[in-house]
Design a protein around this ligand. Structure first.
Ligand SMILES: C[S@@+](CC[C@H](N)C(=O)[O-])C[C@H]1O[C@@H](n2cnc3c(N)ncnc32)[C@H](O)[C@@H]1O
Length: 271
């Protein structure tokens, strides 16, 4: 049997067949050209066993990125596993927005709920003179953030275990957060590969998904410099609720709701 025949056979069994070639190629570290050259050759016993293992895991709805163990985010390669949320493309849009709007080379930035470190590390990498503090309530997630900082040789970042602001003591020019924002009642509509594998601490928040925004809005003033800014990712139906919340606590500041590439409300800036 050739590789192509094996892929075709297995792909029929999968709900998201395109993930099989992605995981195989990544796992075997094959360039696209090497992969194409392989397709019409006879599959080795080792690769047949490897494909069967991948198919087994994908059919149990395990996310492709967890099987691979890595994902790409804003030019970084990040380790990903069950300790943290798989960073999403929408969050890259938040990073791009922050970098486009903040040219200063001397900023202190706090990332609350850092997970893999996606936001903190991509900002620190793009702006090596910024000082970034990556914080999370989960020590497992924070271990992964540190692992990713080492993996990407990023030095201008520190780490702290903190429940929102509980362990934060300094003032920051920028507070960034992509907190858990899904309400419990939304569970019924969620894909199994998210619900069964990604940490619920990273996904769900009380008060219709608004609980962490409420803590941020109420307390951020004590941790921001005078002209400090807040950048948030939000659920696409939360634009009005979250913007009103922050406008209430920051009556002097401008609150903007911005859309992602799909045209959905996705980011809020308080500046
Ligand atoms: C949606 S994930 C975002 C992860 C990462 N920032 C990203 O954008 O890919 C939310 C993160 O917030 C953390 N978290 C949940 N509750 C928290 C809290 N009360 N204080 C700080 N972090 C919290 C979770 O552990 C998780 O890593």
């Amino acid at each position: 049997m050739t590789y192509l025949q094996a892929f075709r056979k297995y792909e029929k069994q999968l709900a998201r067949p395109e993930e099989l070639r992605y995981v195989f190629r990544y796992g075997r570290k094959l360039s696209y050209t090497d992969f194409i050259l392989l397709l019409n050759t006879a599959i080795s016993d080792a690769d047949q066993a490897y494909l069967a293992e991948i198919v087994d895991r994908l059919s149990k709805d395990e996310p492709a990125q967890y099987i691979v163990g890595e994902t790409e985010f804003y030019g970084l390669t990040l380790d990903v596993d069950a300790r943290a949320l798989i960073p999403r493309p929408e969050t890259e849009e938040l990073v791009a927005l922050i970098l486009a709007e903040n040219a200063s080379d001397d900023l202190k930035v706090l990332d609350i709920g850092t997970g893999t470190g996606a936001i903190a590390l991509s900002l620190a990498k793009a702006q090596p003179t910024w000082h970034v503090l990556a914080s999370d309530i989960s020590s497992d997630a924070l271990d992964l953030t540190q692992q990713n900082a080492t993996k990407n040789a990023i030095k201008n970042v520190n780490f702290t275990l903190s429940d929102v602001f509980s362990n934060i003591s300094e003032n920051y020019d920028m507070i960034v957060s992509n907190p858990p924002y899904i309400a419990d009642f939304e569970k019924v509509d969620m894909a199994k590969n998210v619900l069964d594998y990604e940490p619920h601490l990273a996904l769900f928040a009380e008060d219709n998904g608004l609980a962490i925004y409420q803590k941020l809005a109420k307390n951020a003033v004590s941790y921001l410099t005078d002209n400090g800014k807040i950048y948030l990712e939000i659920g696409h139906l939360q634009g009005q609720a979250v913007s009103q919340l922050f406008q209430h606590h920051f009556p002097e500041k401008r609150v903007r709701v911005l859309q992602d590439l799909a045209g959905k409300d996705r980011m809020i800036v308080i500046d």
